[in-house]
Design a protein around this ligand. Structure first.
Ligand code: AMP
Ligand code: ZN
Length: 475
């Protein structure tokens, strides 16, 4: 049974999607005004593994990541570079996709852009005004937090506390310091769209309410992002969404990834301490970053260092070596567990135990450090058995395939797949072997040799043993 920590209830809860077997997940995407850094990557790697594990468990997952392609930072940066905000945003969106692809992260089903949803946003804002949750002031529209009694439930604050903690409010239009802009009146020289309140552009928070409702519906299962988004961004999303739909809760499980830190500070553009994903990948392969990230629980902070990258590189080599050793001795015929010797049976059971332990770790709020520890423990075990020449043939393949499948749930070793046979082709090879066996029984050596020879040309090598015909890929 999968259990997840929910930021909303601050408890570990059993995971049960709203609709049977379907999980709707929305993760706040990047503001595209600069290169993706390894801090961003940490969050997207965390959710990549969450989506992969949900799929592994048999859920159908609908996954949305938005692209914030209009905001203050984009406008400012575009001005500095003397290009249009749109040009800037498209460039860095492209860079983001390139980095995600280089990291081998699975694609979301949708990557909606804010600028392509302006009319949807206007509709929702207008409705919030009609329902009395929002007010118009000075050409802008604000959400009135005092109208939403649940405000503060995600971040665990009262309006009084927020008010006390608020800095001097620069916006005289606001009635309460925690009120936030749904629609911002255009300033001179800024891009704008026409609206019932005059020219302007959406505030930041409303896009996620509108786009998650549009692509996933008014209530979703998982909403994710980094911890920095809990307040105010996600708090505001809840207020807007629940006020609009009248349905509670907007999100069943709120999941937040911890910060990637460097020298004790959060990695962020404004602190000037970023390492772009591209710079990291110039030094190391993508799996090194993934191993580094997954060695910590997704909610814990990670202190990034190059020593850690070096350690992750060594761990990765260890995994690859074990996989290679198994590949050297494995063959492809079907494993008949009932025919195994007691020593082989023990290995077979140990492989099954790995899967079980891996699942237990992942079921425990996606505990990837524990899952990795299980994998490394298994690698020590299987190396020992390989040293003793106890693993070979179909059993070695069983160990290999299980290990590769679990590594794939963590997004690891994707480029380290074997060349050749895909799962779909295997039954056909098995069938040809059977036809050949029948021919041999009839002493039809011509047909038997013909099949063996033609398979060899396709890179499949047959070997007749006292236990039957085994097969492997030509090296
Ligand atoms: P941004 O483009 O700044 O809106 O960030 C995109 C996503 O990356 C958000 O979910 C952030 O919470 C996350 N993020 C940004 N910096 C870090 C960091 N240093 N560690 C972990 N996640 C981060
Ligand atoms: Zn968001």
């Amino acid at each position: 049974m999968l259990k997840v920590y929910n930021t909303l209830t601050k408890r570990i809860e059993e995971f049960e999607p709203l609709e049977d077997r379907l999980v709707k997940i929305y993760v706040c995407g990047p503001t595209v005004y600069d290169y993706t850094h390894v801090g961003h990557a940490r969050t997207y790697i965390a959710f990549d593994v969450i989506v992969r594990y949900l799929r592994y468990k048999g859920y159908k997952v609908k996954y949305v990541v938005n692209i914030t392609d209009i905001d203050d930072k984009i406008i400012r940066r575009a001005r500095e570079l003397n290009i249009s905000p749109k040009e800037l945003a498209r460039k860095f969106e492209e860079e983001f996709f390139e980095d995600m692809k280089a990291l081998g992260l699975i694609k979301a089903d949708y990557y909606p852009r804010v600028t392509e949803h302006i009319s949807d946003i206007i509709k929702v804002v207008r409705r919030l005004v009609e329902k009395g949750y929002a007010y118009v002031a000075g050409g802008s529209v604000y959400f009135d937090v005092t109208k939403f009694p649940d405000y503060g439930k995600l971040s665990g604050q009262t309006l009084e506390q927020i008010k006390a903690g608020a800095r001097i409010e620069p916006d005289p239009n606001k009635r309460h310091p925690a009120d936030f802009a749904l629609w911002k009146k255009a300033k001179e020289g800024e891009p704008y769209w026409d609206s019932p309140w005059g020219p302007g552009r959406p505030g930041w928070h409303i896009e996620c309410t509108v786009m998650s409702m549009k692509y996933l519906g008014e209530q979703i299962d998982i909403h994710g992002g980094g911890t920095d988004l809990i307040f105010p961004h996600h708090e505001n999303e809840i207020a807007q969404s629940e006020a609009y739909s009248g349905k509670k809760p907007f999100v069943k499980y709120w999941l937040h990834a911890g910060y990637l830190m460097i020298k004790g500070e959060k990695m962020s553009k404004s602190l000037g301490n970023i390492i772009p994903v591209k710079d990291f990948l110039a030094k190391y392969e993508p799996d090194v970053l993934k191993l580094l990230v997954l060695s910590a629980h997704y909610r814990s902070p990670i202190d990034f260092s190059w020593e850690k990258a070096e350690q992750a590189k060594n761990s990765l080599e260890r995994i690859k070596r074990a996989v290679e050793r198994l590949r050297k001795v494995m063959t492809y015929e079907r494993l008949h567990s009932e025919n195994l010797s007691p020593k082989e049976k023990e290995i077979y059971e140990r492989v099954n135990l790995l899967r079980q332990k891996f699942e237990e770790a992942m079921d425990d709020d996606f505990n990837t450090p524990k899952a990795l520890a299980e994998i490394f423990e298994f690698i020590s075990y299987i190396n020992k058995k390989l040293d003793e020449d106890l693993v070979e043939g179909a059993l070695a393949r069983y160990a290999h395939d299980t290990l590769m499948e679990l590594l794939n749930v963590l997004g690891l070793l994707q480029k380290f797949r074997e060349a050749g046979v895909s799962g779909d082709v295997e039954p056909l090879i098995e069938l040809l072997i059977k036809v050949r066996d029948d021919a041999r029984k009839r002493k039809d050596w011509k047909t038997a040799d013909y099949i063996r020879e033609e398979l060899r040309k396709l890179g499949v090598v047959l070997e007749d043993t006292p236990k039957g015909t085994i097969w492997k890929l030509a090296k």
